[in-house]
Design a protein around this ligand. Structure first.
Ligand SMILES: CSC[C@@H](O)[C@@H](O)C(=O)COP(=O)(O)O
Length: 370
């Protein structure tokens, strides 16, 4: 079983014309890379969760911007700007909840708008490629930092700690290392024994099974003592005293510390609070959306009913015609959160002040200053 740290979730192809993604819908049974360069294929890859996880979607958005801008054949700068804007809006419509996608697209767009007046279009395209590469490289460093802060918490709890996680916020969800699973990778680098010192409980994460297929795969492939549990078993495991800490990722954090993450996360937080288990959210600062006062303002993606009734089953498991609810994310109230681990340090209540002290500002919506 290949260590997931050796897999590239998303990168630019050597020909610099395509994005190469690891198709996560096939894991853990098949490890297949896709090379994509058409706007429709990139949109579909993000929508279908072939590439998924907030930071990985952000990196994909950055490369999408470059690859699609590179295909625009014009010397007319106004036309170039118009086509870039349309393309950016189209890619951004693929998934609404993870802020990293619009964050990365906006950052690319800003580079284009600020550099276009003193660069010709071919040079501008090279500049955009460099920016996308920088976003990917930064993501690796950010994940390592989050892992290091998270590892400090594990050290305080001591070797033999049980960790619960929900969904997949591992290396597969980022350019490398992950957020919620990064502390375990860093623990292994510090010589922790994967079988004795770490015990990881992965919620299977209905309906798309990111926990069973991806987190369990990552942790087991790293040699760690790993367990999969159905989502409704979290209370049993925590009540049994097996869990010393919960680490989850997130898709968007509001200024007050409310956060959206994979559906089911808020239930885990409520159970953790009940049993007194510390509950930490792992978030690159690009996931913190200071423009939103609270989680009530986070737009929750609704997905198709078949994901609940049919997908991953050999045959349909619900009566035909039954109503289905399928929100992809839920919002956890900040009162349930012990701390939010970012690459700049750990934020605590009151979260808004803590974020401001770290220098986290509202993301600018960039407009052509011309
Ligand atoms: C570091 S990834 C953080 C989140 O994006 C992750 O926990 C999650 O909810 C992913 O949802 P997904 O729908 O699989 O993209």
């Amino acid at each position: 079983m290949e260590n997931a740290l050796n897999l590239d979730t998303v990168k630019l192809a050597e020909n610099k014309k395509e994005i190469v993604i690891l198709d996560q819908t096939l894991l853990p049974n098949e490890c297949k890379y896709l090379s994509i360069s058409k706007a429709g294929d990139i949109w579909e890859a993000i929508y279908s969760l072939r590439v998924r996880g907030a930071p990985a979607i952000g990196v994909t958005g950055a490369y999408a911007y470059y690859v699609l801008a590179d295909q625009i054949e014009t010397e007319d700068k106004d036309k170039f700007v118009k086509e870039c804007t349309e393309m950016m809006e189209y890619i951004n419509s693929s998934r609404p909840t993870a802020v990293n996608l619009s964050w990365a697209l906006n950052r690319m767009h800003n580079v284009m708008l600020t550099e276009k007046d003193h660069m010709n279009i071919p040079d501008l395209k090279v500049r955009l490629m460099k920016e996308a590469d920088a976003i990917r490289e930064e993501d690796i460093q950010i994940s390592r930092n989050i892992g290091t802060y998270g590892f400090e918490l594990l050290e305080k709890l001591g070797k033999g700690v049980g960790i619960m996680t929900h969904c997949n916020a591992g290396t597969l969800a980022t350019a490398k290392y992950g957020t919620a699973l990064a502390p375990m990778y860093i623990a292994l680098e510090h010589g922790w024994d994967p079988k004795k010192d770490l015990h990881v409980y992965c919620d299977e994460t209905r309906p798309l099974l990111q926990g069973a297929r991806l987190s369990a795969y990552e942790m087991q492939a790293a040699g760690i003592d790993t367990y999969v549990q159905c989502d409704n078993m979290a209370s049993y495991t925590m009540k049994g005293g097996k869990v010393g800490i919960v680490f989850v990722g997130c898709d968007r954090v509001a200024a007050n510390g409310d956060f959206a993450n994979k559906i089911g996360t808020s239930g885990v937080a409520i159970i953790a609070k009940h049993y007194g288990v510390p509950f930490y959210v792992c978030a690159p600062s690009s996931t913190i959306d200071m423009t939103l006062e609270s989680g009530d303002e986070i737009h929750i993606e609704q997905r198709k009913a078949e994901e609940v009734t049919e997908m991953w089953y050999k045959e349909r498991m619900a009566p035909e015609g039954v109503g289905v609810v399928n929100p992809a994310f839920d919002v956890t109230d900040h009162s349930l959160v012990t701390g939010i681990i970012t690459e700049k340090g750990i934020a605590y209540e009151p979260f808004k002040e803590s974020f401001e002290k770290m220098g986290i500002k509202p993301v600018e919506k960039y407009v052509d200053k011309k």
